[in-house]
Design a protein around this ligand. Structure first.
Ligand code: ADP
Length: 363
């Protein structure tokens, strides 16, 4: 037991001396109260033959030691001494026990607070480590992967010599899986950045219709490979200026169109745009599998896929939609899906951006 606080001249002097007691060796009201977790009162030190007098308290006649207990745990002893005999009554015991219990609770809270602050600090460090680890790792992974993909392309183009049909089909698998891995790495990095609050938008004004045309052209071959139509319902005046992060908006629309093509077998995908005084709303609708109504929200959670067998067939990370939603929210917009879940009736994904953007960084 270490003396932590003391009042009065003697108390102060004892603190200065750095007084401590061995809990299981020394006989005193303080150590007994600590061992027994009970209030100990000495009514008169002169009638107590085994009383060990402290050199600091030569005139001590009576003493009360009250344990400070919280949740059955001893936090300390509250010790009062007097020069008068029989100084401490049962009323004093009641009052000081209540006080000691309250001080014990306060002490426990302070300890918990300190522990929590230390844990928060540690978590912050870990989070920082995680983010920089992911950032570094994804760079380290991307570099060799790009080289694998590049050389696969070189071989596929038969620059190094002719290939057998088996070699071509094997190399195409290498390429497909390599591309998948590359997408996964960049999605994981985006997610990490968003979660660490380090994703920054770079807002600029541009023509949304031009961006949509560009996305359509780049996704056209995917749709044609599956004999699907991919159309854009043009707005009346053919241009529509928005203020947004163009790179991120392209990423979001590519994700939505990519999903629509992925999960549609017949029919196709239509993009349409609408503008009100408040918002610009882009809708991506398809005639595919659809999404069961009870899963319309969960598809926006990380690594969630409606049917893992279909997605395994068509590929995917389950990160595209959660990243897209967070990016849209950072623009002050909304992203949601509607579907009956009936195959063939498809789904519609709505992306709404405010006309007057007020981008916020989310943590
Ligand atoms: P990924 O497509 O990489 O698996 P996403 O987060 O983009 O990840 O999509 C999550 C899941 O939502 C998909 O796996 C799929 O189950 C469902 N989904 C998304 N878009 C569509 C769509 N247009 N039609 C049907 N299901 C969809």
């Amino acid at each position: 037991l270490v003396l932590k606080a003391g009042s009065g001249k003697i108390g102060q002097r004892m603190i200065g001396e750095g007084i401590s007691l061995w809990l299981d060796q020394e006989q005193s009201a303080v150590t007994s109260a600590a061992r027994e977790k009970q209030v100990i009162i000495i009514d008169d030190t002169q009638t107590q033959p085994d009383f060990v007098r402290s050199p600091f308290l030569p005139e001590e006649r009576s003493e009360m030691a009250v344990p400070m207990i919280v949740a059955d745990e001893l936090k300390g002893i509250f010790n009062v001494v007097s020069n008068l005999p029989n100084r401490f009554s049962q009323d004093d015991v009641r009052i000081y026990t209540t006080l000691a219990a309250q001080v014990a609770v306060a002490l426990r809270n302070a300890e918990l607070y300190a522990e929590q602050m230390a844990a928060v600090e540690r978590l912050r460090e870990l989070d920082h480590l995680k983010t920089s680890f992911l950032a570094n790792m994804s760079h380290e992974l991307r570099t060799p992967l790009n080289s694998i993909l590049g050389f696969t392309q070189v071989i596929l183009e038969e620059i190094d010599g002719p290939l057998t049909p088996e070699m071509v089909s094997d190399l195409k698998l290498v390429e497909k899986n390599g591309q998948h891995l590359l997408k996964l790495i960049s999605d994981v990095l985006d997610m990490a950045k968003i979660e660490a609050g380090r994703m920054n938008l770079s807002m600029e004004e541009f023509d949304l219709m031009e961006l949509l045309q560009e996305v359509l052209e780049s996704m056209g071959s995917l749709a044609r490979d599956k004999s699907l139509y991919l159309t854009l319902e043009a707005v009346p005046d053919h241009t529509l200026f928005v203020t947004a992060d163009m790179f991120r908006l392209r990423q979001i629309i590519i994700n939505l169109v990519g999903n629509a093509v992925k999960f549609t077998e017949t029919g196709g995908v239509t993009l349409s745009v609408e503008k009100t005084t408040q918002v610009i709303r882009i809708a991506v609708s398809d005639t595919g599998l659809g999404i069961p109504p009870n899963q319309l929200e969960s598809v926006f959670e990380a690594f969630t896929q409606v049917d893992t067998t279909t997605t395994r067939k068509v590929g995917g990370t389950g990160l595209g939609l959660p990243i897209s939603r967070r990016l849209v929210e950072m623009h002050g917009g909304k992203l949601w899906a509607e579907s009956t879940g009936t195959p063939g009736e498809g789904s519609i994904f709505y992306l709404e951006l405010p006309v007057e953007p007020n981008p916020t960084a989310i943590n």
